[in-house]
Design a protein around this ligand. Structure first.
Ligand code: BG6
Length: 474
């Protein structure tokens, strides 16, 4: 019956990003990143990115949850839950404050040394995203960020510093968080200001191309430094259903998904497919792609696919369909079969099974579910742990479906990390009250609170899930 059990080395854990939890935005020689100029927004109101740090504006990521100073306490809690791995990212501006320096900032490297050592002390495998939604602000202002080919070399300098320093401590890497978000929210994903470039699509796909090349060269570099490294890509998996069984709706849905597969195709297969090329031609997109780029893409295909999965969407071929629902970076039509989160994201656990099948059928490469979780309002009653049964319900249903994908459908899934295992600053809204954690952090949307950590009910639940290797879900 062993095939009905998850493998013993399944990587259970949690995930955060540097900019959403570290805080200490100007400590240890750190430079200013795009996340540091993101003001607070709220549900239904996007965050404003200011040109520079402005007096009187509240920037939630500046202090975040102060993980920079409290990582030991937090990792001890992760260890108590039994984490096998912990996914975080590197704050680029800790290592290269402006981004175009030749030599890395030792204080920044030393911080990540301490952080990874702390994980390893408990047998927790660090899983590192090299770039997660922050770009050095100086590179945005001086070079136009990823609209400029020079970014490839700046990024590779970062990768070189990281791989050389940490290759014996960190085995699992991802090059860019949710690389397909660059065309959906270029400011958040890649520091590309609104209005940069003459044709938006041209500019964004060009920037994506530079990221593809940067990522491929990073994969090659990492493998050259240490062939044992596993270097993956990471995409937001925007599962979408056709609204009806009409062929038109299904065709439209297929075309929507094609735009996302373009990103995984290039990184997994190492080339632009004929369909991608036709899409560019149809839309008048002419990219600066050199012969060397094409060779680099081929030489740097990824070892695994990391995905974030929170929700699903619905697509219609009828443009005037107006029953819209908000989602993670994307909007769609209301799905009457699904419930929604407090932030209107449509909850679809079965969708995770479908997503995993779709990706595995397409690529036969291991998949790592590096983000899945529920952003919800937790009600704090003094002296009692937060009773987050809704989070337990969400996570257990998703894990159950992931198990079906693995044990019934034969999908190769390496691991699962709960997004925001500790409460952190929301990427889309800058709120603290959109909580994902199994550990509560006493901090509100105005930046008030003691920052004290507290176990929620889901803490004990997840501990049990990991202890039983996913056997006990309720
Ligand atoms: C993913 C991002 O898109 O979704 C994370 O990789 C983000 O950075 C997560 O935090 C949840 O989104 P939000 O907007 O609720 O923080």
């Amino acid at each position: 019956m062993s095939e009905l059990k998850l493998p013993d080395d399944f990587l259970w854990g949690g995930a955060v990003s540097a900019n959403q939890c570290e805080g200490a935005w100007n400590v240890g020689g750190k430079g200013v990143s795009t996340a540091d100029v993101a003001a607070a927004g709220k549900h239904g109101e996007a965050r404003l990115y200011t040109e520079t740090i402005q007096e009187g504006v509240y920037y939630p990521n500046h202090d975040a949850i102060d993980f920079y100073h409290r990582y030991q306490e937090d990792i001890a809690l992760f260890a108590e839950m039994g984490f096998k791995c912990f996914r975080t990212s590197i704050h680029w501006t800790r290592i290269f404050p402006n981004g175009d320096e030749k030599e890395p900032n030792e204080e920044g490297l030393a911080f990540y040394d301490r952080l990874f050592d702390e994980c390893l002390k408990y047998g927790i495998e660090p899983v590192v995203t090299i770039s997660h939604y922050e770009t050095p602000l100086y590179l945005v202002q001086k070079y136009g960020s990823w609209t400029n080919r020079k970014m490839i070399d700046f990024y590779l300098n970062l990768c070189k510093a990281l791989f050389k320093r940490f290759h014996t401590k960190v085995k699992y890497w991802m090059t860019f968080n949710e690389i397909n978000v660059i065309t959906l929210n270029p400011e958040v994903a890649a520091g590309i200001r609104p209005g940069q470039g003459d044709s938006r699509s041209q500019t964004l796909y060009q920037a994506a191309h530079y990221q593809f090349v940067a990522s491929a060269k990073a994969v090659k570099l990492g493998h050259d430094i240490n062939p044992e490294l596993k270097i993956g890509m990471m995409m937001l998996y925007p599962l979408s259903y056709a609204e009806t069984c009409s062929p038109e709706d299904n065709l439209e849905n297929m075309h929507n998904m094609d735009l996302h597969y373009l990103f995984s195709d290039v990184q997994v297969r190492g080339y632009y497919t004929p369909k991608a090329k036709k899409y560019f031609a149809r839309n008048g997109i002419v990219l600066d792609i050199t012969e060397q780029d094409l060779q680099d893409l081929q030489a740097g295909t990824v070892d695994y696919i990391g995905i974030s999965y929170y929700m699903s969407l619905v697509t219609s071929a009828t443009p005037e369909r107006k029953i819209k629902v908000k989602g993670n970076m994307l909007d769609g039509i209301v799905n009457p079969y699904l419930e929604k989160s407090d932030w209107d994201w449509q909850i679809d656990a079965v969708g995770l099974r479908i997503a995993l099948n779709n990706l595995y059928d397409r690529y036969q490469l291991p998949i790592f579910v590096v983000e899945n979780g529920l952003g919800a309002i937790d009600v704090k009653v003094e002296g009692e742990p937060i009773q987050d049964d809704y989070r337990i319900a969400y996570l257990s249903k998703h894990i159950a479906q992931m198990k079906e994908a693995i044990l019934v459908d034969g999908v190769d899934v390496m691991g699962y990390t709960v997004w925001g295992c500790i409460d952190l600053v929301s990427a889309s809204t800058g709120e603290m009250k959109k909580r994902y954690g199994m550990i509560y952090v006493d901090r509100n949307d105005q930046g008030e609170g003691t920052l004290q950590r507290e176990r929620k009910k889901s803490f004990e639940w997840y501990k049990n899930v990991i202890r039983t290797n996913g056997e006990t879900l309720l």
